[in-house]
Ligand binder design. Structure first.
Ligand SMILES: NC(=[NH2+])NCCC[C@H](N)C(=O)O
Ligand SMILES: [Mn+2]
Ligand SMILES: [Mn+2]
Length: 300
């Protein structure tokens, strides 16, 4: 992994309806991410935050059931540019959310630098909805579909090009809440998914070994998109859409450590930290600890 990291905060809460997730980047900084990475010898720059328009301030020109579409699209374009610039400077982009809709912008900025980008989607959800299949109209339930080039044009065309990731280059880990349309898409496109069933059954060690093996042969870079709700709500309570029966804190550390060893990850984002719903900044603290492991922190 590269020794230079640039943090990009994305105080976005318009991809869903629970306020507070826009404070995620501050909470993660407060939990000590910069010091943590400097302690393990990284050169860390903090880019600051991407500007997010207040809801309703951009003129609505598109007829749609998607909430805050114009504002999410505008922030995504800005994020894509910032992330792309960081890669151009040969630094590792570490994006701090914000709700998961920001992955649309991250992937738009990252993918043009790779022929065959891999994506690890660590999440309770698939985030594979479109305007037609979404039960909520919340864009944070759509970023993976949009990045496949499926869904509303405004979202699939961010960055000026259509498909950011191929279905065979995606691995979803931790799934336990999928809508019907998402299940259909997973089957039709052949997306690899480790649900909680597989994690319980074969264990996180095997899940990560297989994931690393699956992606290392065919990708020239791998983006980790980690939604804190992939973890069990007991370990990460500060999230807007918690689902019982998730990945434990320990399993998650193991996963990050194995990714660090593999040296496969070339960009990452940690999303859905909502300090208002949290217990004494626990979820941001967990996020920082996981980032430590992802970047090679060791006890001894
Ligand atoms: N990034 C997230 N937390 N996504 C939750 C999505 C929940 C639900 N599947 C929806 O589309 O509304
Ligand atoms: Mn989720
Ligand atoms: Mn998600």
């Amino acid at each position: 992994m590269k020794k230079n990291i640039t943090l990009i905060g994305v105080p976005m809460d318009l991809g869903q309806t629970r306020r507070g997730v826009d404070m995620g980047p501050s909470a993660i900084r407060y939990a000590g991410i910069v010091e943590r990475l400097k302690d393990i010898e990284y050169n860390v720059l903090d880019f600051g935050d991407i500007e997010i328009a207040r809801p309703g301030t951009i003129e609505e020109t598109i007829e749609t059931n998607l909430k805050n579409l114009e504002e999410v699209a505008s922030a995504s374009e800005n994020l894509a540019q910032a992330v792309s610039d960081v890669i151009q400077e040969e630094r590792f982009p570490l994006v701090l959310g914000g709700d998961h809709s920001i992955a649309i912008g991250s992937l738009a900025g990252i993918s043009k630098h790779y022929e065959n980008l891999g994506v690890i989607w660590y999440d309770a959800h698939g985030d594979l909805n479109t305007a037609d299949t979404s039960p909520s109209g919340n864009i944070h339930g759509m970023p993976l579909a949009a990045s496949l080039g499926i869904g509303h044009e405004t979202l699939t065309r961010i960055g000026g090009y259509e498909q950011k990731v191929k279905p065979e280059n995606i691995v979803i880990i931790g799934a336990r809440s999928l809508d019907e349309g998402e299940k259909t898409l997973i089957k039709e496109r052949g997306i690899k998914v480790y649900t909680m069933h597989e994690i319980d059954r074969i264990g996180m060690t095997k899940v990560m070994e297989e994931t690393i093996e699956y992606l290392s042969g065919k990708t020239d870079g791998v983006h980790l998109s980690l939604d804190l709700d992939g973890l069990d709500p007991q370990d990460a309570p500060g999230v807007g859409t918690p689902v019982l029966g998730g990945i434990s804190y320990r399993e998650s550390h193991l996963a990050m450590e194995m990714l660090a060893e593999s040296q496969l990850i070339t960009s990452a984002e940690f999303v859905e930290v909502n300090p208002i719903l949290d217990e004494r900044n626990k979820t941001a603290t967990v996020a920082v600890a996981l980032m430590g492991s992802l970047f090679g922190e060791k006890l001894l």
